[in-house]
Design a protein around this ligand. Sequence first.
Ligand code: DI6
Ligand code: FE
Length: 408
Amino acid sequence: MFSPDLVILNVHLATMDEEIGNGYGAIEDGALFIKDGKIEWLGKMAELPEFDALATPTVQGKGAWLTPGLIDCHTHILFSGSRAQEFEQRLNGVSYQEIAAQGGGIASTVRATRQADKEALFVLAKTRLNSLLKEGVTTAESKSGYGLDLENEFKLLEVNRLLDEHHPISVQSTFLGAHALPPEYKGNADGYIELVCEQMLPKVAKANLADAVDVFCENVGFSYTQTRKVFEKAQSLGLPVKCHAEQLSNQHGSELVAEFSGLSADHIEYLDESGVKAMARAGTVAVLLPTAYYFLRETQQPPIQLLRNNNVPMALASDFNPGTAPLCSLRLVLNMGCTLFRLTPEEALKGVTINGAKALGLKDRGVLKVGMRADIAMWNIDHPSQLSYQFGVNDLLNLWILGKLTQC
Ligand code: DI6
Ligand code: FE
């Protein structure tokens, strides 16, 4: 006999389990048991196992849908300051170069973030995580990258660990020291990469402050050779790598990250076929970021059909950041993945569940399956395609993280 801590009855399940052959891994007219923070049983109501119905707390689903808790596998939620005035200036005709010359752009976010203490950053990030939580997100990645010196990058990574501890969302910490060149290193990118590799990375690894290492490989970021140096160092310290790659041009960052058996190549609008093939061989996930594409009014589409043909898993994420994606909504991302990149609603939902988990190297979530973490969203919808179709209506009924009902 089962002895669940909680039973959810009369629900439809979009398990996202690829072993269940039909769309969304769907089980209609089903039920789910939770025990010790994990999924103990799931299946058809008609096959409901015996349990102590009097003693077990029970939720009546009344035909609602369950999905795995959503996963946002690429965010920059740790920053202070706002770039709203810059947005306004640009719409009044001031050029990007002029704004940068006035000390605007990423440099202004770095200045504001360096000035903010841990408590202030914690509060800012918590507000952003709360927005994600309200939409059913149960795991989010959070990158450093607006500190750009040892002290401030450390500060950001420490806040990531505090967020993981104190916020219901499970927070994965990524070290993105090689995000942009700090003003102190103007004209000396190699010198900064040396600082990242010789000072920052060993200390970050020793203090166990990061779960992965990221680099912005781009002509306005760091070169292929500089990216390789960071990946080599990360690998020698046992840290998995990922890459902001092929966002504005093809620098072959995706092939590089695949060479290091990296977790993901992210953005990838300018990815070519050899990059796709390298990712397929390595099992590197393609992380699509439609909000940045939208906000920058890009026109180059990521090679979705090539990724499909080569069975590269596709994830979708918010990329929430003050410069190119000030849109803190994974539900909006689901819709944009379909409207802008022509993903199917099922591919989009996979992108924020099973493939989002893959992009973070997490094997214990992203699918409704026995033994997985009980990170579960319950939705007031008629069909899982509605999660990608409709935006802005709060259709989240309940959210459990590790089997605990979350107030959202
Ligand atoms: N790619 C981007 O689009 C952002 N970072 C990155 O690596 C830009 C971040 C910013 O402008 O603040
Ligand atoms: Fe990003």
